[in-house]
Design a protein around this ligand. Structure first.
Ligand code: 13P
Length: 251
C-alpha cells in the first residue's frame, strides 16, 4: 500500500504576514494521520514555515534547488545541502512553470534531481503535457520522454526515493481539471514505464496529480488506483480548502 501524499505548492505567493496567517491556520487543521502532508513555500519563507509548523506533521520543501548539492559560488541559487540544513525534506524538480518560463531543460533537471538526492532530499519530479501536445495526441510520448530522461541518465532505482507529480500544463491554474480517467490513464502509463525496468520501484513510487485540484474534485481523483495524492497550487493557499483535500486523500 502506498501512503498518500498531499503537497501544497505556494508558488510565488505570500508576504511575511500572510505566511504567518497561513501557518497559524494550518496549525489548527485536523489532518488525517494516514497521509503525508507537505508544503512548498517560496524559499524566502522556508525558515519561517519550518519554525511555524514545528510539532505538526507537515513536511516542508523547496520549489527549486541548485544543480550542485553543496554550497559554493552560484549566485542566486540555493544548494540542496542548505535546504537540508534548514530542515527541508523535499524539493520540486521541473515544475512546468520553470520549464516554460525559466527554460529549464532535461539536462539541467537531471543535475538538480541528482544533486537533491545526493544530500537526502526527496525530489518531486513534475511532468506534464501542454494543451497543444494533448490535442496532437502526444501526451504519453511527452510525459514518457520527460520521465525517461531521468531514468536513462540516473537509472530507475532513483525513484525508490522520489515522488512524481503529473501536472498537465493546461490544467494548472486554469480551473480545467483532467478527468479522473484522463489522469489515471497517464498515471498508469508512468507506472508501466517504471515497471518495465523495476516493478518493485514502480509499485512503491507515489504518483501525485496536480492541476486545479480542489476539495470538490479531490475525492474522485484520489479514488483512482494509480493516483496517490495531489500537488496543489491555488487551493493550498487556503488552509480550510487544503485541509479538506488532505482529508480526501485519507479516505
Ligand atoms: P493549481 O492547483 O493552481 O492549478 O496549480 C497546480 C500546480 O501547478 C501545483 O504545482
Amino acid at each position: 500500500m502506498r501512503r498518500p501524499m498531499v503537497a501544497g505548492n505556494w508558488k510565488m505567493h505570500g508576504t511575511r504576514a500572510s505566511v504567518a496567517e497561513l501557518i497559524n491556520s494550518l496549525g489548527h487543521l485536523a489532518l488525517p494521520s494516514g497521509v503525508d502532508v507537505a508544503v512548498f513555500p517560496p524559499s524566502l519563507f522556508i525558515n519561517q514555515v519550518i519554525d511555524g509548523v514545528k510539532g505538526k506533521s507537515i513536511s516542508v520543501g523547496a520549489q527549486n534547488s541548485a544543480v550542485e548539492s553543496e554550497q559554493g559560488a552560484l549566485t542566486g541559487e540555493i544548494a540542496p545541502s542548505q535546504l537540508v540544513d534548514a530542515g527541508c525534506s523535499l524539493v520540486l524538480v521541473g515544475h512546468s512553470e520553470r520549464r516554460q518560463i525559466m527554460g529549464e531543460q532535461d539536462a539541467v533537471l537531471i543535475r538538480k534531481f541528482a544533486a537533491a538526492q545526493a544530500c537526502g532530499l526527496i525530489p518531486v519530479l513534475c511532468i506534464g503535457e501542454t494543451l497543444e501536445q494533448r490535442e496532437a495526441g502526444k501526451t504519453i510520448e511527452v510525459v514518457s520522454a520527460q520521465l525517461g530522461s531521468i531514468i536513462d541518465e540516473l537509472g530507475v532505482d532513483v525513484f525508490a526515493k522520489a515522488v512524481i507529480a503529473y501536472e498537465p500544463v493546461w490544467a494548472i491554474g486554469t480551473g480545467l481539471t483532467a478527468s479522473p480517467q484522463q489522469a489515471q490513464d497517464v498515471h498508469a502509463a508512468i507506472r508501466a514505464q517504471l515497471a518495465a525496468k523495476n516493478s518493485e520501484v514502480a509499485q512503491g513510487v507515489r504518483l501525485l496529480y496536480g492541476g486545479s485540484v480542489k476539495a470538490a474534485n479531490a475525492v474522485e481523483l484520489f479514488g483512482m488506483p494509480d493516483i496517490d495524492g495531489g500537488l496543489i497550487g491555488g487551493a493550498s493557499l487556503n488552509a480550510d480548502e487544503f485541509g479538506a483535500i488532505c482529508r480526501a486523500a485519507g479516505n
